[in-house]
Design a binder for this molecule. Structure first.
Ligand code: CO
Length: 424
């Protein structure tokens, strides 16, 4: 029963979070309901031991923390990311074709599987910067209707299509949004959506997103399918665990970074000073001196949670010969010889111990030695704040597809493991 309600909450969260901006706003709602207080980077912080707080940067990254009653011995941190691969809508977005169609001028955000974005209803969401009475205001926007479609070329016009197609992001991946008479209507629709004058929109970060709902898959409902499971599943689990934590000796933090899919190198990414700045401010407000802060960091731990590759049913040979995680097999601990995953013997041992205490299964992932694989948050974040780190995730199929598949049991496993981590 609990598994069902956790999944339903995750599904709702993903469906209401078409972009990183929406994901952060929705996580903030969960934190508010749990009594966390909002801090602003631009205002002095009033914080005290025993308190619970959160702060965002750029509206797309978030750090929430819960302090113990006495000066913390160290930090228990979880990190995940708020962004997913999609199409960013360019400035001057509308193009007319053949005096009939209006298309969107887009570019890739992150490394998605292009073909999965074809022939499915898409919509437009993001944030608008509008002129308000007291200067510029940021507004979330979501058209929330089937507004766009990227059509395939018919097989009759490309008989070799099933031998593989190389998609050109500029020419093959543009979405139609209407007939020629809709030219100029996009910004008007967005302005209407947020209740402002079109002429007051001064800037926009807009994305196309997949309109699919999340759902259970399989005769036995063993799997879940949904957009943006990487990494909203881990982001949701991290915040869900944090709101139920009652810190004793350590401070508990959950850090959600934007821009993981494009290298993390922004002011709000894992390679920014966001986490370091927040930790320094917490220490400064609590009167923790530099020396004590260094000791605290040495006593700290980071679980970097980002989904992992499950063994593929049609391509089991793509998995490593011996480390072959499957969906519903529990927490995947990720290892990489060149340290693109931050896991080492110590941090793996800590993670296994957490799983054992939570009675949650765990498994291991390593790339085949002849496949490069991806990277994630752990080793990037530790460049700014160096602490013992383990890279983990939940096993899923079709990572960076518009619609991804994961295990129905694994969300509950991750929440339990993170609750145990924060508790002890
Ligand atoms: Co990811």
């Amino acid at each position: 029963m609990e598994q069902q309600s956790q999944l339903q909450s995750l599904f709702r969260f993903i469906e209401e979070s078409p972009t990183a901006f929406h994901a952060v706003a929705n996580l903030e709602k969960i934190l508010e309901e749990a009594g966390f207080r909002k801090l602003k980077e631009s205002k002095p912080w009033e914080i005290e031991l025993g308190g619970k707080y959160y702060v965002n940067r750029n509206g797309s990254s978030l750090i929430a923390f819960s302090l113990p009653e006495k000066v913390p011995m160290g930090l228990r941190m979880v990190a995940a990311h708020s962004d997913s691969p999609c199409f960013k809508i360019k400035e001057s977005p509308e193009i007319t074709v053949d005096d009939f169609y209006v298309k969107l001028n887009t570019e890739k955000y992150g490394g998605m599987i292009l073909s999965t974005w074809l022939d499915r209803p898409l919509s437009v969401a993001g944030r608008l910067i509008v002129k308000g009475r007291e200067g510029m205001e940021s507004k979330l926007v979501n058209l929330d209707k089937d507004a766009a479609m990227i059509p395939n070329v018919a097989i009759h016009m490309n008989k070799d299509m099933n031998k593989g197609v190389e998609y050109n992001p500029q020419t093959d991946m543009e979405a139609i949004i209407g007939e020629a008479k809709t030219k100029g209507c996009l910004m008007a629709a967005l302005a209407e959506n947020v209740g402002v004058e079109e002429s007051d929109i001064m800037g926009a970060d807009l994305f196309l997103y997949n309109r699919d709902k999340c759902r259970l898959i399989g005769l036995d409902d063993a799997f879940i399918a949904g957009p943006r499971l990487d990494d909203l599943e881990c982001a949701y689990a991290g915040i869900a665990a944090l709101v139920s934590a009652k810190p004793q000796a350590y401070a508990d933090l959950c850090v959600i970074f934007d821009n993981e899919e494009v290298g993390s190198g922004t002011k709000q990414g894992a390679d920014s000073t966001f986490l370091k700045d927040v930790l320094e401010r917490i220490c400064s407000r609590l009167g923790i001196e530099e020396e004590a802060y260094r000791c605290m960091l040495a006593e700290s731990f980071l679980i970097s949670a980002d989904n992992a590759h499950a063994i593929h049913p049609n391509h089991p040979e793509k998995a490593d010969v011996a480390n072959r995680p499957h969906m519903n097999g529990g927490i995947v601990i990720k290892y990489h010889g060149s340290q693109r995953y931050a896991t080492d013997a110590y941090s793996a041992a800590v993670m296994k111990d957490i799983c054992n205490r939570a009675a949650v299964p765990y498994q291991s992932y390593a790339n085949r030695s002849d496949i490069a694989g991806g990277s994630t948050l752990g080793n990037i974040s530790t460049a700014q704040v160096s602490v013992n780190t383990v890279d983990i995730g939940l096993a899923q199929l079709a990572m960076h597809s518009a619609l991804e598949t994961a295990g129905a049991e694994d969300l509950g496993y991750l929440i339990s493991a993170l609750q145990t981590y924060y508790r002890d």
